[in-house]
Each structure stands twice: as C-alpha cells, then as structure tokens.
Design a protein around this ligand. Structure first.
Ligand code: GSH
Length: 190
C-alpha cells in the first residue's frame, strides 16, 4: 500500500490515478495504460488494439473522445457534486448529454464502439458510462448505449471484479458523503 502511494505521489508527475509501475517504467493515465498493456503483453496483433491502421485510428479516436470530451464533460458536471455537494447545472448536464449522443450514434452503426469487435475503447468507455449510472444520470433514452452496456457486462472477462466492485463502492461512498453533508448543513442551520 505504501509503495502505491509513493508511486502516485513521487514518480507520477501528473499525480492522478490510475498509474502503473512495470519494472522501472511508471505510466499514469488510463487510456495510455490500456494501450501499453495490450502492446506489451497482448501478443503480435491483439484484436483489443489491432495493428491495422484504420481500425487502430478508430480505437484511438474513441479513447481520445473518452479522455478529451466525455471525461471533462463528466468532471465539470459531477466533481462539484461529488466533492462539494454542489448541485448539477443544466448547462453542464447538456454538455454531457451531447457527448452521450455522439456515443449513441456510434453504437447505432456498430456493435462495439470501434467496429465489430471489442477493443480497449469499450473497456475505457464502459468504465465511464457505468460511473454515470451510479450518479443517477438518466440513460433511458439511449437504447444503443444500454444494449452495448449489457453486452459489455456479460462478455468482458472479469467485468464484475474489474468494474462492478468499484462501482458499488462508489455508490456507497457517494451515499455517505451526501448524508454527511446533509448532517453538516443541519448543524450549520441550527
Ligand atoms: N484522463 C485521466 C484522468 C485521471 C484522473 O483525473 N483521475 C482522478 C481520479 S478519477 C484523479 O486522480 N484526480 C486527482 C487529482 O486530479 O488531483 C485517466 O483516465 O487516467
């Protein structure tokens, strides 16, 4: 545990999680990490991150979408809510739904987010989408996202352990942080 904290704070200039250490090599950033793991340990031409330039470019596009568009939209909307119990705004909510609509349109055209087979882009995006569910975002209107989400949770190896356990923990943490902030509000309003 101590070692993990040392890696996060001392060797990782971004000071964010996730971060991995593979020998002397330290790498933060979930998107870079999954690509590295497949390239380093996944064999010659792993379908999770295919060599074919056009398919690989599509996988990259979805990863950059997750990292550069979806995650900032999610963070703007939810970090104030999670950490400071500041209520969500319509403007930031609309931005998030704009990016969900992009994903919905992608999934109208293909079974997986970057074509007809599962890739690292699906692993990345399913982590983002499942977190939204915990936060109570209404995903009802996104038929294709919902179907894909169920497919991911059934087909992805170790989905339960790798994602669901953390999701359930987040749900519990959120519940307690909301209750604690309500208690504080009560105390301050006395
Ligand atoms: N795009 C990065 C985002 C990493 C990120 O923002 N991680 C958050 C936790 S979910 C964090 O470490 N925050 C600490 C901070 O920003 O100080 C990734 O996917 O790895």
């Amino acid at each position: 545990m101590f070692n993990i904290i040392v890696v996060i704070l001392q060797k990782n200039s971004l000071v964010t999680v996730p971060v991995i250490q593979d020998g002397d090599f330290v790498l933060p950033g979930s998107h870079a990490i999954i690509v590295y793991l497949v390239r380093e340990y996944g064999g010659e031409d792993n379908p999770l991150y295919p060599n074919e330039p056009k398919i690989q470019a599509q996988v990259n596009q979805r990863l950059f979408f997750d990292s550069g568009i979806f995650y900032p939209a999610f963070k703007n909307q939810y970090n104030p809510y999670i950490y400071h119990t500041i209520e969500k705004t319509k403007e930031t909510e609309d931005k998030m739904h704009e990016s969900l609509m992009f994903l919905e349109n992608v999934l109208k055209e293909s079974t997986w987010t970057a074509g007809d087979s599962m890739t690292v882009a699906d692993f990345s995006l399913v982590a983002s989408i499942s977190t939204l569910q915990v936060l109570g975002v209404d995903l009802e209107m996104y038929d294709f996202i919902n179907e894909w989400f169920i497919r991911c949770s059934k087909i992805m190896c170790e989905y339960e352990r790798a994602n669901q356990v953390g999701i359930d923990l987040t749900r519990t943490l959120l519940k307690y942080s909301r209750e604690a902030s309500e208690d504080l509000n009560d105390i301050y309003s006395l």
